[in-house]
Structures are given as structure tokens and as C-alpha cells.
Design a protein around this ligand. Structure first.
Ligand SMILES: [Zn+2]
Length: 434
């Protein structure tokens, strides 16, 4: 049987987990395969989702050339919102429905890939978007079946959306982030070409790398799958099924790669080895969290990102914004200090994999060791010092807590109960770290 971490907690808890394996092609130049891959999927009429900034990148010519050489009939949608909303998902869905496409290609960051997933879904099974959106925001109805083939090409080393069944958007009426989560949303193929990482600003590498780090640590420390109630029907096991032996494999290797390459990839844009390895770490952490689910830092990040007023980070479009990976990082040390007592050995192991010296540490020190190591990385790559550094004051904490409450999918994947007063305590602890 599995290690003690995965002993079934009680009668009625799940004794199995499902591995949703992604088809991934990784390596320099693989974007040039895209046309032939679309043909192999029997796609003739292809929707291409991207944005104007990405279309201007030198390597995008490989995509265009490959699609043309394969003789595909393409139409481009490049009006993807930087932070997708229910309205921008619906715009994209109208484009998809009108185009009668046989397949989809997304070339971009998480916003582009997620918009493509939602558009493909609604064009395949036309209905109101909210039908499939997670409760309590939407009706959380299951996606009825497979959607059209989708080839996803990530252009940042972060979100992992190319290998997950999640599509995230802001629900404008509630000012809350929400998601559609279904194995049917997972792209048919991911084409990961690390050349795209070479042209990213250091601030983007820093924020998206913190996202990778948190995908790995959160999946590793999520509630074990064996502590979740059996789904009804049993095959409706959620994507956020909790930590499991498969997700552990990706988490451990992603953390080891982060320890070796993350800071190097940020500080030296010419360090092609480090930037390539970060792309691989992002893929592995994406596969892990696509099979386990993240928890409290991501739930808090949606409130931190959603309530921003004036903070404008370097390296991003000039608008008030806390990039997703930065928002997750600002919550992470406070959360890991809090969750350490649920599984001290796991927190200690994560700290050691990330490069902390854990030789003489006791399990009682595991939360402090992991949080301390995450803070060291944050300082080395220029992450702001807590939520106060991106404009939040103590008086904002009640509204931040209210912003987390809709994230029930994520809070339910935490290794311990998270109440509103827990969240208030965590935001207090996240105000400053050094
Ligand atoms: Zn994330």
C-alpha cells in the first residue's frame, strides 16, 4: 500500500485516484510541428487563439509557416483579454460558434489558453457560460462529453494551463474569480517550445516562476486524495482530487528544478539553460496540479489580484495589476506556516527540495523552514514584501476575506478546515514578511 500519508482517513473516503495524462511535446523548435499535428488530428478548419503582442514575436512566424504548409483553413481570434471575464469568454464563444471549426490552437499565456477552452466548450455544447462554472458562482453542471481537439502552446513558464482541465475567469457581477473544471477541457496536445521563454521580461519570469513554485508546493501539501469523500458517481472524481502519488512525482521534480534554476532564470535573460529548465518545471508542476489541485494561496491570490487599486508592476502592461503568480506568492509563506502541522514531514521535504538546509531541522520547524525558504526566493527575485507592498492595509482584510469565500473548490482542497477567521489571520500574517 501507499505510504502512511495516503492511508484512507475514514469509511466513505476514496481509496483511488485518477491519472489524467497529457500528451506533451517539449523542445526547442517544436512549434514548427503544429500544422502537421493539426492535420494528424484530422482538423482542416482551425481557430487560432492568441494576442497581438504574441503575434509580433519572431518565433510566431514558425507557427504561421507550419499552418500554411499543412494547408489548413484558419481564422485568428486575437482579442483575448489580459484578465479574462465572463463577457470576454462569451465574445470568444460567439467567434467559435460562428466559425464552425473542427479544432482549436491556442498560442499564449493562461488567459489565451483558458479563453480557447471556454470558447471550444460553449461552441460544442451551446448554453449559458454559467451552466458549467463552479459553484457557488455558477451551476457547476458537468461538461457533457468531449469537446473539439485543442493544441495548446504556452508562451510563459507558469500557468500550466496547457496540461490542465481548468479555465479561469473573473465573474464581473460578483468581482470574483471562478473557473470551469473538467477533464474534457484539458487540451488534446501541449506543444511546449522553450524558445518562447527567452524573450520574456525578468518580472514575468519572476511572477510566473512563483506560480510554478506554488503549484508544486500546494499540490504536494493539498489534502490527500484518501481524505476526500467518494464522488457520486465514483467516476466523477474531481480534478482537484487532492495530493496523490502521481502528482507527487511532478511536484518533487519541479521543486528540485526550481531550486537549481529559478533565480538564475530571473537574473540573467541570457541563461538559456535556466529558462529552458523553468519551462520544463512549469510543465511538470502543471501536470501535478492538474491532477491534484491547488489550495489556499491560490484562493487568497484571487482576492489579492481582484481588489488591486493602484499597484503597477514593472514588465507588465501599464495598468493596476497584481500578476497572478505574484499574488499567489504574497499569500504562500503565511499559508505554509499555518498548514505545516497537518503534514510536517511533507512541508520539511518541500523545503529541502527547494534548497533549504533541512539536515538538523525537526518536523516542528517545518512550516518555518518552508516559509523561510520561499521568502528567500521572493527576495532574490524581487517579489514585493507582502500584501502591504501592493497597496493593501489592515482595514482591507475583511473585504479580502469576502473575496476568498467564493473559492470553495480551492478551500476544500486545503489540508485543514479554513474558516473566515482563519483567512483573516492569514491575511494579517501576509502583510509583511521581512
Ligand atoms: Zn496558478
Amino acid at each position: 500500500m501507499w505510504c502512511r500519508h495516503y492511508e484512507t482517513a475514514a469509511a466513505g473516503c476514496d481509496a483511488g485516484f485518477t491519472v489524467d495524462a497529457s500528451r506533451v511535446t517539449f523542445g526547442r523548435g517544436v512549434l514548427a510541428e503544429v500544422g502537421e499535428r493539426a492535420r494528424a488530428l484530422r482538423i482542416q478548419r482551425l481557430a487560432v487563439f492568441t494576442d497581438a503582442r504574441i503575434r509580433a514575436q519572431p518565433w510566431f512566424a514558425d507557427v504561421t509557416r507550419s499552418l500554411r504548409a499543412a494547408g489548413l483553413d484558419t481564422a485568428v481570434f486575437d482579442a483575448v483579454a489580459v484578465e479574462p471575464t465572463d463577457a470576454s469568454f462569451e465574445d470568444a464563444a460567439r467567434f467559435a460558434a460562428a466559425g464552425r471549426f473542427e479544432g482549436y490552437l491556442s498560442v499564449g499565456g493562461g488567459s489565451v489558453m483558458d479563453t480557447c477552452k471556454a470558447a471550444n466548450l460553449i461552441a460544442t455544447y451551446p448554453t449559458a457560460l454559467r451552466t458549467y462554472v463552479n459553484a457557488p458562482v455558477g451551476d457547476a453542471r458537468p461538461v457533457p462529453g468531449p469537446i473539439a481537439p485543442h493544441i495548446a502552446c504556452p508562451t510563459t513558464s507558469g500557468t500550466g494551463s496547457e496540461v490542465t482541465g481548468f479555465a479561469i475567469c473573473s465573474w464581473s457581477a460578483l468581482h470574483a474569480k471562478t473557473a470551469i473544471a473538467s477533464p474534457h477541457l484539458r487540451p488534446t496536445e501541449a506543444l511546449v517550445d522553450p524558445r518562447v521563454a527567452m524573450t520574456q521580461p525578468r518580472e514575468v519570469v519572476a511572477a510566473s516562476g512563483m506560480d510554478v513554485l506554488c503549484h508544486a508546493v500546494e499540490s504536494y501539501t493539498a489534502r490527500p486524495f484518501s481524505h476526500r469523500s467518494v464522488a457520486t458517481p465514483v467516476i466523477a472524481r474531481p480534478l482537484s482530487q487532492g495530493a496523490n502519488p502521481w502528482s507527487d512525482v511532478g511536484c518533487r521534480e519541479a521543486l528540485r528544478l526550481l531550486a537549481a534554476y529559478f533565480v538564475r532564470a530571473v537574473v540573467d535573460a541570457d541563461d538559456t539553460e535556466a529558462r529552458e529548465q523553468m519551462m520544463w518545471a512549469a510543465t511538470l508542476a502543471g501536470i501535478a496540479f492538474g491532477n491534484a489541485g491547488v489550495h489556499v494561496p491560490h484562493a487568497m491570490a484571487y482576492a489579492i489580484g481582484g481588489g488591486v487599486r493602484t499597484f503597477r508592476p514593472a514588465g507588465y502592461p501599464d495598468a493596476p495589476l497584481v500578476p497572478h503568480g505574484m499574488a499567489v506568492a504574497l499569500a504562500a509563506p503565511a499559508v505554509f506556516r499555518h498548514t505545516a502541522s497537518t503534514a510536517p514531514a511533507r512541508h520539511l521535504e518541500a523545503a529541502a527540495l527547494l534548497g533549504a538546509d533541512a539536515r538538523d531541522a525537526t518536523t516542528a520547524e517545518s512550516g518555518e523552514l518552508l516559509a523561510g525558504r520561499v521568502i528567500e526566493v521572493m527576495r532574490a527575485i524581487g517579489t514585493p514584501n507582502g500584501i502591504s507592498a501592493v497597496g493593501y492595509e489592515a482595514t482591507d482584510i475583511p473585504s479580502l476575506v469576502d473575496g476568498v469565500v467564493p473559492q470553495q473548490r480551492l478551500l476544500g482542497n486545503a489540508p485543514c478546515e479554513i474558516t473566515k477567521s482563519t483567512l483573516a489571520h492569514l491575511f494579517e500574517r501576509a502583510q509583511r514578511y521581512w
